[in-house]
Ligand binder design. Structure first.
Ligand code: UDP
Ligand code: MG
Length: 310
């Protein structure tokens, strides 16, 4: 963010393989924005699509002065694309939304008017989620697990779509962590947060930008970024197994010396197996904890790399 600007509303859209929804999106967005203010900007961040998305963004940027495009040097993922857009946004308010028209541009005035009634963040809550069943099921499980692991409560009906005041965007932009998950960042920064129920459109993009695999990675990353509970669980598990091992060792030794065990080598084998596995698991967990923390700190890479700008 450079200097204070007169821009009233910025709209940031991460774009990936969305050439069939892009034109409709831009048209509908500009129509809606025209009704709000003349000081608007539409920032389309192309996450290195291989289809015609960037071409279309360039064409739109040439035709409309309020549209600008950023193309990343490779596919960084939607949350990094959002970060690139937020760094460029100068509006007093910023809307973040998906490119596939599942987030309806027509809802923006409602979000804004709710925000004006004393909120810094108004998140869109999708009441009738129009997604495949596996997606809904996956996110339901993930959100529950996320809450258990991190203690942060995320609403499964809330995605990226929402309106955010400049100070919220600034706070999020200052979070330069490499593992990013926008809805969790919004929760983390705080401020006065509200919800607004919106309709959810059917995806205009036939093939979603990413499938189960990338979703799983995204979920795992978000979890690791916000929690060291998995590592703590490993330590506990290791401790538990090691304790069983020691008890087992004791029992086996007693049995050995009282002549109850006749198979040679059994006692030493079984004891070392249990005790060592437990100890190994426990130390791995502890080492992991430190490695994880150090890794976070030292890998000070840029969040995204810009290839082109319009
Ligand atoms: N997206 C992106 N980079 C990616 C994948 C997706 O910028 O690697 C964008 C995509 O263009 C869309 C948003 O992120 O604007 C959400 O993607 P998608 O619709 O595939 O996800 P879903 O709505 O199913 O969660
Ligand atoms: Mg979508």
């Amino acid at each position: 963010m450079t200097k204070e600007s007169n821009t009233y509303l910025s709209v940031v859209v991460p774009v990936y393989q969305s050439d069939n929804s892009l034109e409709a999106l831009i048209t509908r967005l500009r129509l809606v924005l025209a009704g709000i203010s003349t000081e608007v900007e539409l920032i389309l961040v192309d996450d290195h699509s291989s289809d015609r998305s960037w071409e279309l963004i360039c064409a739109a940027a040439e035709t409309f002065p309020d549209v600008s495009g950023i193309r990343l040097s490779r596919n960084f993922g939607q949350h990094h694309a959002i970060a690139a857009g937020l760094d460029a946004a100068r509006g007093k308010w910023t809307v973040v939304m998906d490119a596939d028209l599942q987030d309806l541009p027509e809802e923006i005035p409602h979000l804004l008017s709710k925000a004006r009634h004393g909120y810094d963040v108004v998140m869109a809550r999708r009441t009738n989620r129009k997604d495949e069943h596996w997606k809904i099921a996956f996110s339901a499980i993930f959100y529950r697990f996320f809450r258990y692991m991190t203690g942060t409560r995320l609403d499964p009906a809330v995605g990226n779509f929402g309106i955010y005041h400049r100070k919220v965007i600034r706070a999020i932009s200052e979070m330069r962590e490499a593992i990013r998950y926008f809805p969790a960042q919004v929760q983390w920064v705080g401020f006065r947060q509200g919800y607004y129920n919106v309709a959810h459109g059917k995806s205009a993009v036939l093939q979603s930008g990413y499938g189960f695999r990338s979703r799983f990675h995204l979920g795992l990353n978000a979890l690791l970024a916000y929690s060291d509970k998995p590592l703590r669980l490993t330590i506990k598990l290791g401790f538990f197994i090691a304790s069983i091992g020691f008890i087992f060792a004791l029992v086996t030794l007693i049995r050995y010396f009282s002549g109850l065990i006749v198979i040679p080598g059994y006692a030493s084998l079984i004891v070392s197996l249990w005790v060592l596995s437990g100890l190994v698991l426990m130390t791995m967990g502890m080492v992991g904890l430190y490695v994880g923390k150090t890794f976070e700190g030292v890998k000070n890479r840029p969040l995204y790399i810009i290839d082109q700008k319009t």
